[in-house]
Design a protein around this ligand. Sequence first.
Ligand code: ADP
Ligand code: MG
Length: 473
Amino acid sequence: MNDENSPEESPFASDLLNRKPAAEFLTKYLIGRHSVSKSVPENASFVLNLNAEWGLGKTYFLTEWAKILRANGHLVVYFDAWANDYASNPFVGFMLEIQNQLNEGLSADKRIKASARKMLKKGKNVIQALAPSLAVSMVKHYTGFDAEKINDALKESAIDVASSVKRDLFKESEDIRAATKAFRAALSDVAKAVEESEGTALPVFLLIDELDRCRPTYAIELLENVKHIFRVRDVYTVIATDSVQLSHSIRAIYGAGFDSERYLRRFFDHESRLETPDFERISEFMLSGRGLGLGAFDNPFSQLLGSSANATVLSLLAKALKITVRDFQRVIDIIDSIRLTYPKKLEIVLMGFVTMLFVGHRAAYDVYRRDHNNQSVQKALSGNVDHSIRIPILHSMGPHGQAVNHVTTGEKSIIEFCIAYLAAVWDDSNQLVANGSNVTLLQMERSFKFKPEVVSSLREYAGLVAVAGSFSA
Ligand SMILES: Nc1ncnc2c1ncn2[C@@H]1O[C@H](COP(=O)(O)OP(=O)(O)O)[C@@H](O)[C@H]1O
Ligand SMILES: [Mg+2]
């Protein structure tokens, strides 16, 4: 979806998760904090941890938020830590990124440009002090950004990062200390130039993304960099992480008994969380973007749920199975690719359920594929699902399965519903067709008829998903 955003597009124009209010709040909060920094010295610099599970929209949020901040006159450097993770020291990547963004016209103001250039020069000295051999080739390529050459240079001069993490680089050498100090002063001068220029505002923002995807040693070094180098007056740093993920990988380095949550917290002044998204909305967007309207699938709930029945079913399944936005996107991609290659019309409830097992609950999926037993699937899912997510159903049966004359509406846990559905699909007396293709057993909609060609294909779904899933990243 990001690909469709042109840089000129207004911030959060394609926001499906209602993130804009959070961005506006954070803008006010951080600028408010900074505005009293003259009398509250600890507000002069700030490190915010923006925490959200992987795939819940951190990158989208930072990218769009940066547009708001820039429109308000702030200098913003966006740093994709993962894209720079090849470098042995994160500071090298920082410098390249700052240079890159300066070249793209970070600010037209002459004074700001001049001070930024000076800062880059001081940055080179830090790199030189950190790793003399690395710096020679680095500095050679510094003026023209050439990722490939730099990449080669970095490979040649790999510093032993794992051991440098355990040492404290910044306390080790007088050279590093002096170079770092000069760089920090130069960074402060950039902030001063920003303050004194027309149309620009403080603080300067440093947005760091994808930290949790980096090698743990690199992530730690980056946090140390922020603490020792970038924490200066008038610079506010925002670090987006999946904190649970990051503390796991840090524990992998320091050992199982290491209190990595506490270790991480000392790098941050404050933590903000991104809320869990509204799946109903994102589901509708993704389906319509791929031309998957109501007619694209069979859906036993189409009369009960109306025109957005497919999106509703998929979003309820995603919530019940606790699927992330990114995984949900993958689910839709898999289903779409099956739809394009498989000759029969798909039934979206079972297809959605099986695909989500494949993407988000592989153990349960494997159990289902192997022995088609709904009880074992239920066991494999056990605590990892939300039984409170319910789907509207019609009761057309009495408590003992006898047909009743009147039909009432009710609700049923969608997980329980799907577990019953699996049982019906693999029941050899074939309950799906036993009632004249009228699936009253499942208490789906009375009027929904499983077409014979669909019924015969339901058992193939797990296999179809395995093939399609292996082609989607
Ligand atoms: N508010 C939003 N509105 C629309 N699409 C979004 C929103 N947030 C995230 N997405 C989309 O969801 C996917 C995952 O989001 P991303 O920002 O990459 O997650 P993260 O960085 O947390 O892993 C991307 O394709 C992104 O474009
Ligand atoms: Mg991201």
